[in-house]
Write a protein that binds this ligand. Structure first.
Ligand code: PEP
Ligand code: MG
Length: 574
C-alpha cells in the first residue's frame, strides 16, 4: 500500500531506495526488586556499564571521521557531559541501593528526570537537547542489557538503502556514512537537533520528525525521500516512481553543474558583478566558504565564540579566532559582527530574565552595558585587522546616541593600541546592521556615520511584523513578502545607494532562491548567506537580466494583494 508521510526537511535532495530499519532501545524497561545481597553486584554492573560507555566515547573520538570533525567533537563533548551529569552517573547507583531496584530501572527514572529538566527550557535549542539525554541514556542502557553500540547494518551494494530509525544520534549518523546510505529518516528530532546539524554537514538527504515512520514502514519497502519538502512516499506506484527518478537525475545533474560554478564570477546576463559572501559561526567554517566559492565572509556571528562554555573567550583567544579567519580568507573581506548576545543567545551564568527578551538588553545594547566585554572584543578585532581584510559590524542599532557611543568606544580602543604601539588597520571599516525598523526608517542618520550597512532581514521582519521569530505559534505570520517588508527593503537599499554607502543583506532572505531576483530588482548587489546556498544563488544571478527584473519588481512594489504579490514573484522567478 502506498502512503505519504510529512516531516521536517533537513537536507535537500531526492533519494530513492529500500528501507533498512534499525532497531532502537527504548527506555521502557522492566522494574524488579532485588534481594539485599545482590545490591553490590547490581551497583558494580551499573559502574561497569558506565565505564564501557565512557570507553565507547573514547573509541568514537579516536575513530572520528575527518569530514565532519567540528560537529562530531561538539556532539561528543556534549554527550560526555550528559553522561557525567550526576543524575545519570551517580543518582542511579544510589537508587539501586535505597530502593533495591535493578540498574536499568534506576537509570530510566533518572534519565526521565533529566529529560524533564531540559523540557522546561524556554529556548528551543536547549529543549531539543533532551533528545541528546535520551540518546546517552540509551547508549548506557545498551551496555546494561549486554548489546553495546549500534550494530551497523550490512550495506547492500545492489540497491540504494534508506536508513529508517525512531531516533539517530549524530554518532550513528557518522558511523553509517561510509556505508553509503542514500538518506536518513527518523521519527524524532527537530531542525536544530545535533543529528540534523550533522546530516546537513554530510550533505545527505534527511527528513526528521516523521513521528511514526519507524512503526509504519517495513524492511525493504520502497521509499522516495524528498528532502527539499520534507516528504516521504512509501511504496510509490509506478508513475510517481518514474517522475521522482527523473527529478532525481535532474537534481544530480544540477548539483554537478553547480559545482562547476565554484570559480565562476557571479555576473548577471547584462554584465553586473554581484558579490556572494558567506555567513559563518566558527573559524573552522571557512573551508566550506571556499568550497562553495563565496568570495568573502559577509557575517561572522562572533557570539558563537561565547556560547556553550563556562568561561568567556579572552582577548588572545578572540584575536586568534578573528586573525585565523582573516588570514584564511587571504585578503577577501571578512565582516565580523560584534557579539549579538542576549535574548536567545545567553552567556552561561549571566542569563537574564526579561519580559520581552528580543526587545531587551541584546546585541549592541548589551555591549554598551558591559563595556569591559566590548572593549576586549574591540581590541581583539582591531589587532586582528592588521592580518587581513577585517570589517567590524555592529548589530541591532536603534538610535544615534548608541551609535555615537559605539564609535567613541572604537576610537578609544584605537588610542589605547596606539599608546601600546600595537599594530592595527587604522582605516578599518565600521558598519551597522539595519534590523530594527527605526534604523531602516532613519537610515540617513546611520549611513552618514558608518562605512557600510547590512540588512538583517531575520530581525527586521521580526520587529516590523511584531512576530517573535522563536515562537512556532506565530511562525506562519513571518512573511518576507508582506508589503511593509518589501517597501522597507527597497527603500533602505535605494537610500543607501543614493548616499553612496555599500549595503548587503545577511539575513536568511539572501540565501533563499525565491528572493534573489527580487532583491536584485531592489538594487542589491551584495548578498551573504549560508555557504551551501552560494552555488545555487550564483546560478540564479547568472541567469538574471537586471533591466528585466527591475520592471517586474516595481510592479510587485505597487501591489498590496498577497496573492498578486506571489503571482508576480513566480513570474519574476520563471
Ligand atoms: C538577521 O537578523 O537577519 C541576522 C542576520 O542576524 P541574526 O540572525 O544573527 O539575528
Ligand atoms: Mg539579527
Amino acid at each position: 500500500m502506498s502512503f505519504t508521510l510529512h516531516g521536517i526537511a533537513v537536507t535537500s535532495g531526492i533519494a530513492i531506495g529500500h528501507a533498512h530499519l534499525i532497531s532502537h532501545t527504548s527506555l521502557e524497561v522492566a522494574h524488579y526488586v532485588l534481594p539485599k545481597q545482590f545490591l553490590d553486584e547490581e551497583v558494580a554492573r551499573f559502574d561497569a556499564a558506565l565505564l564501557a560507555t565512557r570507553n565507547e566515547f573514547s573509541i568514537l573520538r579516536s575513530n572520528r571521521p575527518t569530514y565532519a570533525a567540528a560537529e562530531f567533537d561538539a556532539f561528543l563533548e556534549l554527550h560526555q557531559m550528559i553522561l557525567d551529569d550526576p543524575l545519570l552517573s551517580v543518582a542511579p547507583r544510589e537508587m539501586i541501593v535505597s530502593e533495591q531496584c535493578n540498574a536499568e530501572w534506576a537509570l530510566k527514572v533518572h534519565a526521565e528526570t533529566l529529560q524533564a529538566q531540559f523540557d522546561e527550557f524556554e529556548d528551543a535549542y536547549l529543549r531539543e537537547r533532551q533528545t541528546d539525554v535520551k540518546q546517552v541514556a540509551e547508549r548506557l542502557l545498551k551496555q546494561l542489557l549486554g548489546h553495546p553500540g549500534h550494530v551497523l547494518p550490512q550495506a547492500r551494494h545492489d540497491v540504494e538503502l534508506i536508513l529508517v530509525a525512531h531516533d539517530l544520534s549524530p554518532a550513528d549518523l557518522i558511523q553509517f556514512k561510509p556505508h553509503q546510505y542514500a538518506a536518513f529518516i527518523t521519527d524524532l528530532g527537530g531542525a536544530t537537533s545535533h543529528t540534523s546539524i550533522v546530516a546537513r554537514s554530510l550533505n545527505t538527504p534527511c527528513v526528521v520528525g516523521l513521528r511514526n515512520a519507524r512503526e509504519l514502514i517495513r524492511e525493504d519497502d520502497m521509499l522516495i525521500l524528498d528532502g527539499e519538502r520534507g516528504v516521504l512516499i512509501v511504496n510509490p506506484d509506478k508513475p510517481i516512481l518514474a517522475e521522482y527518478r527523473l527529478r532525481q537525475s535532474e537534481w544530480e545533474l544540477e548539483r554537478k553543474k553547480l559545482k562547476r560554478l565554484r570559480t565562476a564570477r557571479a555576473s548577471t546576463l547584462d554584465g553586473n558583478l554581484i558579490e556572494l559572501f558567506a555567513n559563518i559561526e566558527k573559524p573552522e567554517d571557512i573551508s566550506e566558504v571556499k568550497e562553495n566559492g563565496a568570495t568573502g565572509v559577509g557575517l561572522f556571528r562572533s557570539e558563537f565564540l561565547f556560547l556553550n562554555r563556562d568561561d568567556l573567550p579572552d582577548e588572545e583567544e578572540q584575536f586568534e579566532a578573528y586573525r585565523s579567519v582573516a588570514a584564511g580568507m587571504e585578503g577577501q573581506p571578512v565582516v565580523i559582527r560584534t557579539f549579538d548576545l542576549g535574548a536567545d543567545k545567553q552567556i552561561k551564568g549571566a542569563e537574564r530574565v526579561a519580559n520581552n527578551p528580543a526587545l531587551g538588553l541584546r546585541a549592541i545594547r548589551l555591549c554598551l552595558a558591559e563595556p569591559h566585554l566590548f572593549r576586549t572584543q574591540l581590541r581583539a578585532l582591531l589587532r586582528a585587522s592588521h592580518y587581513g581584510n577585517i570589517k567590524i559590524l555592529i548589530p541591532m542599532l536603534s538610535g544615534v546616541s548608541e551609535l555615537n557611543q559605539t564609535l567613541h568606544f572604537v576610537e578609544a580602543t584605537k588610542q589605547g593600541l596606539d599608546e601600546e604601539g600595537i599594530p592595527y588597520n587604522g582605516d578599518v571599516k565600521i558598519g551597522g546592521m539595519i534590523e530594527i525598523p527605526a534604523a531602516a526608517l532613519a537610515l540617513n542618520v546611520f549611513a552618514k556615520r558608518l562605512d557600510f550597512l547590512s540588512i538583517g532581514t531575520n530581525d527586521l521582519i521580526q520587529y516590523t511584523l511584531a512576530i517573535d521569530r522563536t515562537d512556532e505559534e506565530v511562525a506562519h505570520l513571518y512573511d518576507p513578502l508582506h508589503p511593509a517588508i518589501l517597501h522597507l527593503l527597497s527603500q533602505v537599499i535605494l537610500t543607501s545607494k543614493k548616499l553612496g554607502v555599500p549595503i548587503s543583506v545577511c539575513g536568511e532572505m539572501a540565501g533563499e532562491l525565491a528572493y534573489t531576483r527580487l532583491l536584485l530588482g531592489f538594487g542589491l548587489r551584495q548578498f551573504s548567506m549560508i555557504s551551501a546556498q552560494v552555488p545555487s544563488v550564483k546560478q540564479r544571478v547568472l541567469t538574471t537580466s537586471l533591466p528585466e527584473v527591475a520592471a517586474l519588481t516595481q510592479k510587485i512594489l505597487r501591489t498590496d494583494e498577497p496573492m498578486k504579490i506571489r503571482e508576480l514573484l513566480e513570474k519574476l522567478n520563471a
